[in-house]
Design a protein. Sequence first.
Length: 599
Amino acid sequence: MSDIIQLLPDSVANQIAAGEVIQRPASVIKELVENAVDAEATEINVVVVDAGRTSIQVIDNGKGMSETDARLSFERHATSKIRKADDLFALTTMGFRGEALASIAAVAQVELKTRLRGEDIGTQLSIAGSRFVGQEPCSCAEGSNFLVENLFYNVPARRKFLKSNATELNNILAAFERIVLVNPDIAFTLHSNGTELFNLRATGLRQRIVDVFGKRLNQDLLPVEVDTTLCKIHGFVGKPESARKKGAHQYFFVNGRYMKHAYFAKAVQTAFDRLVPAGEQVPFFIYFDVEPQNIDVNIHPVKTEIKFENEQAIWQILLAAVKEAVGLYHEVPSIEFDTEGRPDIPLFVEGSQANAPRVEVNPQYNPFKTTSDHTRPRPTNNWEELYDGLQKEEKPVGELFESQDDGSLMEEKSPIHYQYKGRYIITAVKSGLMVVDQHRAHVRILYEQYKEQLRQQKTVSQKVLFPETVELSPSLAVVLEQILPELEAMGFELTSLGRGSYAINGAPAGLEGISLPQLVADMVATAAEADVKVADQINDALSFSMAHHAAIPYGQVLNNEEMEALINALFSCPNNGYTPDGKKVTGILEQTEIEKLLH
């Protein structure tokens, strides 16, 4: 029997590795920009065309590469970051496997221009599908210039399953934001199809966060700082009032590397217990400095999952640090009692002159002197006039219950409903008592109405007297442009002001009292999380988001007519038992259960 096991060619092995490392255009940018950071660059420029499908260019002013290093860098497992296995436990660089450039070259056409610092001539190298095309000396700036064209041109299945340009650009922006947030001392620019999306100068950490996500976030940031033998933690958390249900900016970094860590995110959320409503999230930007030997980043090719040696202890440190930050800046609300009618007592300032209170008296006032203006009317003696018109023709008692021909006396009255704690509506049904969650019921009603309006394009837009402004990060601005036709169909009128800012000139009728900027931001965040492309799915997501904001809030008192109208509208909906996100709207307390309670 002949042998059947053989070694795969390098080109095939590189394509297999590319499936793990290079998943989409954002992966290419992540790997190339991180290499530029490792090369000690102080300025990095990224240019993409068609969300990376056509070309991706990363230019840096780092150390550059020699002619030999430029050729060797595209070989698999060729790296300057580590030398032996023990180096994996003392990593100080972003990359270390030596697979990124080989994986990129296996699925794209790559051109590299690079020049070492202090050298006069650089090197130009071309590779396509892991095949070496050519190498020659060239004149170029110090650093490296990578041009990646026609990504996945030789893997049509992978290219076919790329998402839309808007979605891929959103992924690029998310990867770019993670890198710039951890490297505030490096200047970055990002251009897409000739449009500048980011132009970030080298600055401090807080200013970098503000430059990326907008000035409004600056007033909501509280500094976090703690230094222990296990780790050093610094960064910022949001104030309780900055919490939101969707779109909260939450970032963890360890030793300059972005990571996802649900366990640590739970620690931050625990610190805000009873300070923010349930289900809402607070933004945070937390940076960990840990000894490299105490963490393991070599778990997954994308390197976002990191294992800590003392995970539980660091969790406690993080929880205490966030609690201290919130308490130190007096962000915990204080409770004061018996303040009604209390006089306003000014603060005492040492050295200031205190003036004694003065009492002004009118010496001309005489309480016994009466004038015609203050003469009180004398009471009348004709008391019978007060009872004029009150006498009616008496009827026998029996006539009160006689039926009339038109039947107007025996009109059917609407059932009586009871509202419990401003949250639930209790009404009698044949099988017992039905309990209705008033907020969820109104969400279901409004959701069906908004969906029908979008389907028939009959939404009424109402102009706002004073236009409001909503500021979005570049990644969310891309999503807004994608769903703008659906928002306009719902009745919103938005005008771009540039740099991710939009003026809200009109909104659907019936949204009085709702913060329109917050509503638009939440709707965009919902669409971004859903990652939808089909118009019907976008309509569903937007209808639910707007219904959730416009529905009757908990605590609002309703009269019997309003409760009756709400219940009737609810049971006219096709699916009245659950909200669009699957939460129960009604519940029945059976008659037998009531009898058991009173047995």
